[in-house]
Design a protein around this ligand. Structure first.
Ligand SMILES: [Zn+2]
Length: 434
């Protein structure tokens, strides 16, 4: 018995070491990847950068700006590709600046920060503002909620990801027993690397569940339906393998390229080359057919399930401080555009009053770029949502996608002010119609 224990104490550290080195082998460390900030000064230079952004897979463009008056565009580039990028920029006299020489150092420090923050983690309890959690950890937390809030939290597995992860949907109400209230549906992490989005979804869940009196007004006549992680496989992959992964993980016809942009795979005005791509090498790859991803199917099914009472659909993304309204696929506006605009205005004003945070809002087509096959166009075009919106949360870290753990609190508390104000405006406009 004692020798067995003794053996165990020898093998356990060895096993842990092996597990850790296995994990390190799988982890793309982005060694010597550099971050440049580019400053286009006219439309021609901006157009060049847009063309470069599409010349995949050479450069990872981490931001997108439509107007050249806005601040710079950040690019993550490997050391082997940096030379040819700079040659091009110099040829076209685009101003640029090296802002980070080796992002692997930052990524490693962030991983350590996150792992340290989780040392005291006692699932199913989580500290929303204390760490970034994996999909498995988030699910364990969600699983505990119906028991902790039996009258107010209902959890349903609405479908499965390609790699068979359960996609869970939490419904929060005020416990008054009324059924079929109108719905506010919030999803997050359709794009894997946008880690701050699930953090906000979790924060909203905590606020609504732990402070029912404070939030009585937004819970009285509405059910809140929340899916904190849509792209479960991609999101898990950003924790285990590659921090800047965006797409899903289902293979494509091209063995070189895995994954689809879920937010270009929705079946309303799907398949336009302006706003999506048929090339699996690109980050906005739309796939051969709409809805051939299990994850976009699940969001579709949720939207359709609630379509007779879907008053507000909010899809959380990062980054850029935008409230993006349909349409993404055309410069035209949907019939209720000006109502949606006033909801966005309520959110932006609440945030500026609370923290001086500045959000731009309006049609996604005008504010950012064309998007074909995104979830908000589908929500309004097919699922009858009164208001649908993509919220691009604030940037964090060096690339915008990678805030530090210490940034979570500031971003989620500010964003919740905006989300709550928008919910109030939706309720003010539409509650009596139901
Ligand atoms: Zn996104």
């Amino acid at each position: 018995m004692s020798s067995y224990t003794h053996l165990g104490s020898l093998f356990l550290p060895l096993l842990l070491l092996l597990l850790q080195s296995g994990e390190l082998l799988a982890w793309q460390d982005y060694k010597d990847y550099k971050v440049f900030e580019l400053q286009p000064h006219n439309e021609a230079q901006l157009k060049l950068l847009q063309q470069l952004a599409q010349a995949k897979p050479h450069w990872e463009f981490l931001g997108s700006r439509r107007s050249h008056n806005e601040t710079g565009l950040r690019v993550l580039v490997s050391s082997t590709q940096a030379g040819s990028l700079l040659t091009l920029l110099q040829q076209h006299q685009v101003e640029y600046q090296l802002i980070l020489d080796d992002i692997s150092v930052v990524l490693q420090a962030q991983r350590e920060e996150n792992q340290r923050s989780k040392l005291r983690l006692q699932l199913p309890q989580i500290d929303v503002m204390g760490a970034f959690y994996t999909h498995a950890e988030i699910n364990e937390y969600l699983d505990s909620l119906p028991q902790r809030y039996p009258q107010r939290a209902l959890l349903k597995t609405f479908g499965w990801s390609y790699e068979r992860r359960p996609l869970k949907l939490l419904t929060i109400n005020n416990g008054d027993g009324r059924i079929n209230k109108p719905v506010i549906f919030i999803d997050a992490a359709m794009h894997a690397r946008e880690w701050i989005a699930p953090s906000l979804a979790l924060y909203i869940i905590e606020e609504l569940l732990t402070k029912p009196e404070e939030h009585a007004e937004v819970l009285k006549d509405y059910d809140w339906v929340i899916m904190p992680v849509v792209n479960a496989d991609g999101y898990e992959f950003t924790h285990t393998d590659s921090r800047y992964w965006r797409k899903s993980r289902k293979p494509t016809w091209d063995p070189e390229n895995i994954g689809t942009d879920l937010n270009r795979n929705f079946g309303y005005m799907w398949g336009q080359d302006d706003g999506s791509s048929a090339d699996p090498a690109e980050e906005i790859y739309r796939r051969e057919y709409a809805f051939d991803q299990p994850e976009s199917q699940v969001v579709r099914d949720v939207l359709l399930h609630y379509s007779d009472r879907l008053h507000f659909y909010l899809s959380l993304h990062s980054y850029g401080n935008y409230l993006l309204l349909p349409w993404g696929h055309t410069s035209d506006f949907p019939a209720n555009y000006y109502d949606m605009l006033e909801v966005a205005d309520a959110g932006a004003m609440a945030i500026v009053h609370a923290t001086n945070g500045i959000y731009s809002y309006g049609s996604g087509y005008y504010l950012m770029y064309a998007t074909s096959g995104d979830s908000t166009d589908y929500a309004v075009g097919v699922a009858n949502a009164k208001v649908a919106m993509t919220m691009e949360l604030p940037a964090g870290g060096w690339t915008g996608f990678d805030p530090w753990v210490s940034h979570i609190e500031g971003i989620v508390t500010e964003s919740w002010v905006g989300v709550r104000a928008m919910a109030m405006e939706v309720i003010r406009r539409y509650a009596e119609q139901s």
